[in-house]
Each structure stands twice: as C-alpha cells, then as structure tokens.
Design a protein around this ligand. Structure first.
Ligand code: NAP
Length: 270
C-alpha cells in the first residue's frame, strides 16, 4: 500500500518537502521512511547504527530519487541530541517524527537503574528537547509544521511488569495531547501515535515475547495519514481492538488486565 495522492498533496502543501525521522534504522521508523520516500519527500534519518542508515539512504535514493541526510547518534546522550539540532539547522523541516525509543520489562525491583534512566533519557528527555527546539524553529518557517510523537497503548494506564516503560509513554502522550492544543495557533500540528504490539526490534530489546502483533506496514501509513488530522492515532486494527475493548473498564481494572498481559509477554524471564 502506498500513500494516497491527495494525502501527499496535503502534506507537501501544508508542511513542505523535508521530514526528520528519528529511529529509522528498523521497525516503525524505517517503514515510515520508506513510505515517505516513495511519496517523494526528502528525509533526514537518524539512529545509532550508521551502517544501516547508509544502506537505507542508498536504497531510498536509488528507488525514489530523493535527498536523504544521515545523522548517526545516540539520542539518550545530550551531546548527540545537540549534534542533531546543529546538523538540521539549515533545513526547513516541515514534519518531525520523534520515533526513536525502546522499552524494558520485568520486575521493577530487579531492573537495572542505569537502563531505566537511559530509557527515560531517550524516550522522554531527548523527545522533550527536540520537540521544544523544532516547535520554535517551525514557528519561524513560512509553511506549517507537524510533530509526531511515538506514544503507545501502554500510555493510557499503568502497566505492571513494564512500569517505567509505560510511564515514559504516558509522559509522551500527555505532552503531545497538551501541545496539540497549545501549538495549533502557532501553525504546528502535534500527533500522538499510540500503537499496540508491533513486530519490530522492540520486543527483543525489551525482552518481551508478544503473542499477537501487527507488522510495521500496518501502522506506518495510518500514522502518516493522521498527521494534521487528529491528536491521537491508534494505528492498526489490533491496536483499536485492544484499546476500545478496555475503554469501558475502570482505570484500576485496566491496570490489572495490562499487568496480566505483560506477565504473559515476560514469562520466559522467570
Ligand atoms: N513495537 C511495539 O510493539 C511498539 C508499540 C508501541 C510503541 N512503540 C514505539 O515505537 C517506537 C519505534 O519502535 P519500534 O517498535 O520500531 O522498535 P525498533 O525496531 O527497535 O526501532 C527503534 C528505533 O529507535 C532507534 N533507537 C533506539 N535507541 C536509540 C538511541 N539511544 N539513540 C538513537 N536512536 C535509538 C533504533 O535505532 P538504533 O538501534 O540504530 O539506534 C531504531 O531505529 C518506539 O518509540 C517504541 O517505544 C513500539
């Protein structure tokens, strides 16, 4: 499936040609890069694995004849966040997709505090700095701007056995919901994308075994289509099914159900 012509026209007309995607070496970010490259956008792609970014750049240029800029770096480290800001200063980035992130799972008391704070630095701190920077930059640009924040369905309640990961995504979701109102008069659209389980590099790094999962291609297009149209998108049928099924459950009940689901996803850790 490709992006529809009218969506491409809307996005280019509103936001221009240049898009930044953090975390484009694999999974959801890579799939969005391919779909947006196919639609003729110029891309800035980031991630720690420069070799994968270089291969992606080559593929995108050969297939779609677009401009691609690779900026490798670890966004959990402030100096690399600043490097990304400096390297994109000369570009009119109309859409910024802050997708880089990872999860942890298992019993909080047994977790590594270094890993948990590193995840907080990547999922929240770097996302905050980049959102603040690009919102200010977009305000001064001639076209509108859009910022997409990768939240998750775990953002909507506490999740035992993934307590800190779910808390990082609750932060992202809350920030995005508020900014979507606050930044609208400045000409900036903010979208929170809250997928359910997706088969990517995520589960291996988080040490989770997900029983059912979407594919990156199931979520990439719905996220792109929702830019400028919604505040929150629940991409893919499975995401909608899971979130809507829990919608009538009181928050305390949702926490228990999500805890049971996560216990299943992490039972190999026992
Ligand atoms: N998969 C799911 O079930 C799911 C569900 C809901 C939300 N999400 C969210 O979706 C986003 C994308 O995840 P994914 O599922 O596509 O997983 P993924 O395949 O592991 O992709 C994560 C991306 O983030 C980059 N990244 C990770 N750590 C980084 C760091 N310290 N500095 C810079 N870049 C870093 C990775 O690149 P390098 O490894 O090259 O650095 C990779 O490109 C994440 O924010 C995740 O929390 C995922």
């Amino acid at each position: 499936m490709k992006l529809k012509d009218r969506t491409i026209k809307r996005l280019k007309g509103n936001y221009g040609q240049w898009i930044l995607i953090t975390g484009a070496t694999s999974g959801i970010g890579k799939e969005m890069a391919i779909k947006l490259g196919e639609a003729g956008f110029n891309l800035v792609v980031t991630g720690r694995r420069k070799n994968l970014l270089d291969v992606l750049k080559q593929q995108l240029i050969e297939a779609y004849n677009i401009d691609v800029v690779v900026i490798a770096g670890d966004l959990s480290v402030e100096i690399d966040v600043i490097h990304l800001i400096e390297e994109t200063e000369h570009l009119n980035l109309g859409i910024v997709i802050l997708n880089a992130g990872y999860g942890t799972s298992g019993k909080f008391i047994n977790s590594s505090i270094e890993k948990e704070t590193n995840m907080l630095d990547l999922n929240c701190r770097s996302l905050l700095i980049l959102t603040h920077h690009f919102a200010k930059k977009m305000k001064g640009q001639s076209k509108k701007g859009a910022i997409v924040l990768l939240s998750s369905m775990v953002a909507f309640q506490g999740v035992p056995n993934a307590a800190n990961y779910a808390a990082t995504k609750a932060y992202v979701q809350s920030l995005g919901e508020a900014l979507s109102i606050e930044l609208k008069p400045e000409g900036i659209d903010v979208l929170c994308a809250a997928p359910g389980p997706v088969e990517t590099g995520f589960s291996a790094r988080a040490d989770m075994k997900m029983s059912k999962a979407l594919k990156p291609k199931d979520v990439a297009l719905p996220i792109i289509n929702a830019i400028g149209e919604k505040t929150t998108v629940l991409p893919g049928f499975l995401t909608k099914f899971l979130v809507y099924n829990l919608r009538m459950t009181p928050r305390w009940g949702k926490i228990r159900i999500m805890g049971r689901v996560m216990k299943g996803f992490t039972k190999q850790q026992a």
